[in-house]
Design a protein around this ligand. Structure first.
Ligand SMILES: [Zn+2]
Ligand SMILES: [Zn+2]
Length: 244
């Protein structure tokens, strides 16, 4: 699978960073993990067609993780009519709001092609390319939020979503220290590297990628710990990608 960082910013965009979105290419399909960036535009910019998109998985209903979805589904509805996709959303009122907004703008969303699912079961999705499992976190407690594990064959990547402030709710999924993952894509806006250190020391992932980094001084902190762990640590920019 190929993973491209469409947006690496935290809660707000900046001149060179869109908000959080990752594109996964597997087989001939495209998937998104979070969609805080203008994902419809970016799919086209990266040479994909909207009909390549198979499913969108969101970690939680904060705007910096979902704001690209309404423009995407609106375009799918009236223009890219050969497209269809499944959208996994953590809270029903968000789904209802998008449906109502499209109605207010003049038409109902096609429920046959634009399939919204409220996340209920943690084994969220499986097709011939990938499997998606959700792990509850406490970022928005008591509202739902999740980390997402993507499995393709024997390759596995854990996406953190957002964790609790200062990791005070100890919501880093245990799988990070219990099983050998190929990559861990971790946010770094709600806690310090020092607060993450015990989890990095126990981490069994073969590589770690930091995104959603804020404040920007933390990029210096990350540089300082590179080489201190058995796995390489990366700080991708928008547009960077890696393959597993
Ligand atoms: Zn966020
Ligand atoms: Zn958040």
């Amino acid at each position: 699978m190929k993973i491209t960082f469409l947006g690496t910013s935290h809660g707000v965009p900046s001149g060179d960073r869109f908000c959080t979105a990752m594109m996964i290419e597997s087989g001939s399909s495209v998937y998104l993990i979070d969609a805080g960036a203008p994902v419809a535009d970016l799919l086209l910019r990266y040479g994909k067609s909207i009909s390549d998109l198979r499913a969108v998985f969101t970690t939680h209903a904060h705007t910096d993780h979902i704001n690209g979805i309404f423009p995407l589904v609106n375009l799918m509805n009236w223009y890219f009519t050969d497209s269809q996709a499944d959208f996994y959303i953590t809270e029903q009122p968000v789904i209802d709001a998008w449906k109502n907004l499209n109605l207010a703008l003049g038409s109902a969303l096609s429920e046959e092609r634009i399939r919204f699912h409220k996340v209920e079961d943690l084994n969220v999705y499986e097709d011939e390319n990938i499997k998606i499992q959700y792990f509850p976190t406490q970022h928005m407690f008591p509202r739902p939020s999740y980390a997402i594990l993507v499995t393709e064959g024997d390759k596995r990547v854990l996406f953190s979503g957002d964790f609790s402030n200062r990791l005070s709710r100890q919501d880093v999924p245990a799988i990070l220290s219990e099983e050998p993952l190929d990559a861990f894509v971790c946010e770094l806006a709600h806690f310090s590297l020092a607060e993450l250190t015990p989890y990095l020391e126990a981490c069994k992932a073969k590589s770690v990628y930091f995104n959603h980094v804020y404040p920007l001084k933390k990029y210096e902190d990350i540089e300082a710990i590179k080489g201190s762990y058995p796995f390489p640590i990366f700080t991708p920019a928008d547009g960077d990608s890696f393959c597993l």
